[in-house]
Ligand binder design. Structure first.
Ligand SMILES: *[C@@H]1O[C@H](CO)[C@@H](O)[C@H](O)[C@H]1NC(C)=O
Ligand SMILES: *[C@@H]1O[C@H](CO)[C@@H](O)[C@H](O)[C@H]1NC(C)=O
Ligand SMILES: *[C@@H]1O[C@H](CO)[C@@H](O)[C@H](O)[C@H]1NC(C)=O
Length: 161
């Protein structure tokens, strides 16, 4: 049986460490302000967000640069708001092992990333996540995710990857 678990929910149980970057204050006026841009510019912003959040794991910096303050997130056991998500992800996210397997370009304002994530205590087992983000112009405004983990009852030797 595969278990759906919430990254944001479980990460929220980790200790919150005060942010160290100047850009990660709780001053919400420093989050992204949407303006109209070309599809090429939107894809440049998407690539920059993926680099900053998933590869460099700069949670506060990536949200302040690329996510609107009233960010909507549909993660089942977490919630909306850019600052809320920064505070709940910041402590645990950088320690997780993340390998991106597939990455879309932005099409019709949606970009998605399919990745392998693992790291105790939140993801003790190999886990696959697809995150979908909706853009409005220059900023990310909404998020959905699908999460699946491998456990001892998984029969497929190539489960998930
Ligand atoms: C919030 O950030 C903006 C933009 O950087 C700045 O102009 C403003 O003074 C800041 N407000 C507070 C209360 O720090
Ligand atoms: C996009 O952002 C603009 C400026 O903030 C806003 O007026 C508009 O309603 C937004 N559109 C969508 C689809 O979210
Ligand atoms: C991880 O896998 C073990 C062994 O199959 C299982 O007992 C445990 O419930 C799994 N943990 C999570 C969080 O899925």
């Amino acid at each position: 049986m595969r278990t759906a678990i919430s990254a944001l929910s479980l990460l929220s149980t980790l200790l919150f460490s005060p942010p160290t970057l100047a850009s990660s204050s709780t001053n919400t006026s420093t989050f992204c302000i949407s303006h109209a841009i070309s599809p090429t510019q939107q894809n440049q912003i998407w690539d920059a967000f993926v680099q900053d959040f998933y590869i460099d794991k700069r949670v506060a910096d990536s949200f302040h640069r690329y996510v609107v303050t009233d960010y909507i997130s549909h993660t089942a056991t977490s919630g909306s708001g850019a600052e809320f998500n920064v505070q709940h992800l910041e402590a645990g996210w950088p320690a997780l092992d993340i390998q991106i397997h597939h990455l879309s370009s932005v099409e019709q304002n949606i970009g998605w990333v399919h990745y392998r994530i693992q790291g105790a205590p939140v993801f003790p087992n190999e886990t696959a996540i697809v995150d979908l983000f909706r853009f409005n112009g220059s900023c990310i405004v909404e998020h959905w995710d699908v999460i699946e983990s491998v456990d001892s009852t998984t029969t497929n030797p190539i489960a998930l990857f």
